[in-house]
Design a protein. Sequence first.
Length: 221
Amino acid sequence: MILYGVKQGKYYNIENFKHDLSDMEEKGFAKKIYINVTNKCNCACTFCLRSTKEMNENNSLWLKKDNTAQMIIGKFKEYDWKNLEEIIFCGFGEPTMCMDTVLEVADYLKNTHKEIPLRLNTNGSANRENHRDVAKELQGRIDTVSISLNASNAQKYYEITRSKYKEQAYEDMLDFAKECESYVPNVVLTIVDCIGEEEIAACKKVCADRNLTLRIRPFET
């Protein structure tokens, strides 16, 4: 699955909709399309559906190989998507592990319908993963960067995400979020609402101390 919509935690292939996507709203979907870039991830989060081989193979987002920029662009060309409200780079892995693909697709999308906001959902590891300053490359391409904060300190973060960059990943993520503010209109860090009031309060302080925006979202199984 390359492009998909989401409803009540379930994924629906774009092929389930009309050519002009006019039936998305009729069927109760937000007028948003998600891009499944890659299954690669530099984390192994304890809560992720990727954690078991069975879930990997049975999940409709599981890819046997990464989607190339031309594959993604080709799928967009099959549809009239000018009335979408947002397009999100997301999928079943960490999209910035295929950063050049994200940038190439973002260029195509902006050149075609520059008025449609583009969002990047990420774990914030892009700079270290790509060995370069990725944040500035998002300017003019990405309108919102949404970063999973996950925890209030580096130790808890590593326990949850099991990042290959270990505890250093936490500061990398916060630094990336702050840097993105210089290049991207909207930068938000997110946590889920089931982590407990004490941890939520601690995460709020982390963001307040760095003048970063925090969004608390409902946990979806």
